[in-house]
Design a protein. Structure first.
Length: 310
C-alpha cells in the first residue's frame, strides 16, 4: 500500500472515507466493499483518512486511539487497500462546506468511480455531509455510492467509541468480537526498578503509548509476542501503589514460560482477560502472595479457554 500525506491527481478510484480507528469488524466491511469494487472493475482502491481525529482539532483533545497511526496503516494495507491518503485535519478542511470538500478535495483530485462509507460517516463543516448527501451527488460527479449499514455482534453496534469504552472499563475479553483481535499495545522493553526480581517475579517494563486509550488499571492475563514467538503472561498496568510513590502509570509483563533477558526488545502485549483491579498491599510479601494467586488465575484461564490466533 502506498501512503500519501496530501492529495494528488490519482483518478478513477474505488474510494472509502473514514477515520478507521482500530480497523474493527465494521470497518473491514467498508474496506472490503471498496477493495472488491476495485477488483471487479480493474481499478485501484484508496482510503482517505486523517492522521489525527477531527475532534483533536475541533475540541483541542489529546489523541487517544485504539491503535496508533502506524498500526492503523498496517491493518488498512492488510485489507488490500492500494493507496492511503493520510491528511492533516486543519483549518482548510475544518472550514470547508460539505459541497466544497466533496468537489474541491475529493472529486477534483481523485475523481472516484465508487465511494463507500459507513452509515455514520460525516464530513464538512457542521457535519453537513453524510450518506444522503453522497447519494444525492452521484450523478453530478459520476460516482456510485455505497453505504454500509450498522454492523452488530449480539445486538451490540460495533464502533470505535464502544471499543474505546470497553478498553477503559477493562472488558478486554469482550473486545475481540468487535475488533477481530485482542486489544494490544507495542513498545520497547526498558529497565524498571527491578523489584520484581527480588520477589521472584521478574517483569518486562514498557512505556504505555501516550496516544493509545489507557486500559483500566489492574492485572490481566495476556499474551506477549516478540521474535516470532508468543508467551503467556500476567500484566500489571497502573501506578504500583505498594512500591511506588510517583503518579505515572507503567506497564509490566511477567512471562509465565520465559525467563531470559529481553531488555531493548520490541514486544507486543495482547490483553486477554482482566483478573483484578489495582490494589495497594501492606508489604512486599503480601504482594508476592497475590502475584502467585494472579499467576494461578491466569494459568487456569489459559487452560480453560481457547485463545484467538494472533
Amino acid at each position: 500500500m502506498q501512503v500519501f500525506y496530501e492529495l494528488n491527481k490519482n483518478q478513477d478510484l474505488s474510494l472509502c472515507l473514514g477515520f478507521f480507528d482500530g480497523v474493527h469488524q465494521g470497518h473491514k466491511v467498508v474496506l472490503r466493499n471498496a477493495v472488491n469494487l476495485a477488483k471487479q472493475n480493474g481499478i485501484s482502491s484508496a482510503v482517505v483518512t486523517f492522521k489525527d481525529h477531527p475532534l483533536c482539532y475541533l475540541q483541542n483533545r489529546k489523541p487517544q486511539y485504539i491503535l496508533p497511526i502506524s498500526e492503523r496503516l498496517e491493518l488498512l494495507a492488510a485489507q488490500g487497500i492500494d493507496y492511503a491518503y493520510v491528511l492533516d485535519f486543519d483549518e482548510n478542511i475544518a472550514d470547508a462546506l460539505a459541497a466544497d470538500y466533496l468537489k474541491d478535495f475529493i472529486v477534483e483530485n481523485l475523481k472516484p468511480k465508487f465511494i463507500t462509507t459507513g452509515f455514520n460517516h460525516y464530513f464538512g463543516a457542521n457535519k453537513q455531509g453524510d450518506a444522503s448527501f453522497l447519494m444525492a451527488n452521484q450523478q453530478t460527479y459520476g460516482y456510485k455510492f455505497f453505504e454500509v449499514p450498522p454492523i452488530t455482534f449480539n445486538n451490540t453496534l460495533i464502533s470505535s467509541s464502544k471499543i474505546r469504552q470497553m478498553i477503559k472499563d477493562g472488558f478486554v475479553d469482550k473486545i475481540p468480537n468487535l475488533l477481530g483481535t485482542y486489544f494490544y499495545v507495542k513498545g520497547r522493553v526498558v529497565t524498571g526498578q527491578r523489584i520484581g526480581r527480588t520477589i521472584s517475579f521478574p517483569t518486562a517494563n514498557l512505556k504505555y503509548p501516550s496516544d493509545v486509550v489507557p486500559v483500566s488499571k489492574g492485572v490481566y492475563a495476556a499474551v506477549v509476542s516478540f521474535d516470532g514467538n508468543t508467551y503467556r503472561a500476567i500484566v500489571n498496568y497502573g501506578k504500583k501503589p505498594t512500591i511506588a510513590t510517583n503518579l505515572t502509570s507503567t506497564l509490566e509483563a511477567h512471562l509465565l514460560d520465559f525467563s531470559d533477558n529481553i531488555y531493548d526488545k520490541d514486544i507486543k502485549v495482547s490483553f486477554v482477560k482482566k483478573l483484578r483491579d489495582e490494589k495497594k498491599f501492606e508489604s512486599l510479601p503480601d504482594l508476592k502472595s497475590q502475584i502467585v494467586r494472579d499467576e494461578q488465575a491466569a494459568i487456569s484461564y489459559f487452560d480453560n479457554n481457547k485463545l484467538m490466533k494472533l
